[in-house]
Design a protein. Structure first.
Length: 113
């Protein structure tokens, strides 16, 4: 799994968003993204990494949908950083979602029925 980088500005060669949406959902008009900046306060829900000789911070706590037409693809993160970002984001989710972690076959079943 490698998360895709996007830019929401018309010019420039730096990404400013990280996509947390499954790549199989490209038919949807919106994409779920987190802001990506060079300088941002660190919290337990943010991830710091290096890319292109610069240090970046992803704000997993600021996930939001953005219309796909306004985004320019800027490449992909490496797998290790991608997994760290997804695991950090999962800390926000309650109960069974967070417990599922990155297991793609997870299916929540109610007990006691």
């Amino acid at each position: 799994m490698r998360l895709e980088l996007f830019s929401s500005v018309r010019e420039g060669d730096q990404p400013n968003l990280v996509c947390l949406q499954n790549s199989k959902l490209t038919a949807l008009p919106t994409v779920l993204v987190c802001p990506l900046k060079e300088s941002m306060a660190m919290t337990p829900l943010r991830v710091r990494f290096s890319l292109g000789g610069k240090d970046w911070v992803v704000a997993c706590d600021l996930l939001r949908p953005i219309h796909r037409q306004g985004l320019r693809p800027m490449g992909y993160l490496d797998e290790k950083t991608s997994v760290e970002i997804v695991q950090t984001f999962l800390r926000i989710l309650p109960g069974p979602f967070a417990e599922a972690g990155l297991r793609p076959g997870f299916r929540y079943e109610r007990r006691g029925r």
